[in-house]
Design a protein around this ligand. Sequence first.
Ligand code: SAM
Length: 266
Amino acid sequence: MAKHQHKKRFGQNFLNNDRIIQQIVAAIAPKPDQHLVEIGPGEAALTGPLLDIVKKLDIIEIDNDLIGPLTQRFSHNPAFHLHHTDALLFDYSQLIETDTETPSLRIVGNLPYNISSPLLFHLLEYARYIQDMHFMLQKEVVERITAQPGVKAYGRLSVMIQYTCETEYLLTVGPENFTPPPKVDSAIVRLRPFEKRPFQAIDDKDFAKLVKQAFSQKRKTLRNNLKGFLNDEQIEACGLDPSVRAEKVPVEAFVLLSNLYHKDKA
Ligand code: SAM
């Protein structure tokens, strides 16, 4: 491919280490009969090895300058389906071919770091179609996603993702493995949407609203952050001390809080 000018606005840090690329592909463990979706193929560090294996690979890339080279290189391959669009706006349900109940999409990507949280929230809306996701993200974001209650990294992102998915921290990847090198460490995370969630809120929208509110001011107690949502008695009824901070509250307790909030509103 002709030399590409990396664009900061698209978070273009391309993988340059074959060993790491192989480790990522091994972690994904793609099978020939599977349907994968890659977000942000860039210069195809992962795309090439994945296309060698799977029967279908949908690729979503926003950068106009990468579309020509990707098409030239792979359009002969019947598994290759390129979508020149913004992954944040993409409707992932359009990729589902059959009306089978089994979630079939496997989503992967070395994600542009500047959009990782909104993209994860967007993808969670399609969780019922998704078998699993493997993403390279800033290490700090992977730590937040996988954090357990009581540690500093535990926050809204941890709760919202752990409500929907099993999470697993797989591998730390240093900046030297990218061109250009990012300023921080990266890590790979595996997210597997639950077939049946261990804890289910009555209303997912109210759950999301309550969790956002509970973490709205990190230093404040639940009592303070949830003012206007729930009173002390209601917080206590969920087995929680109102003077605790949200960073200590497990996912299942957020489900109880949001159910009380939902019933109270009705
Ligand atoms: N997969 C390649 C690799 O590992 O070397 C490139 C990864 S690079 C970190 C992120 C890629 O996502 C770039 O190709 C970039 O153009 C693309 N991208 C950035 N924002 C995007 C968006 N909103 N929708 C789709 N692709 C996007």
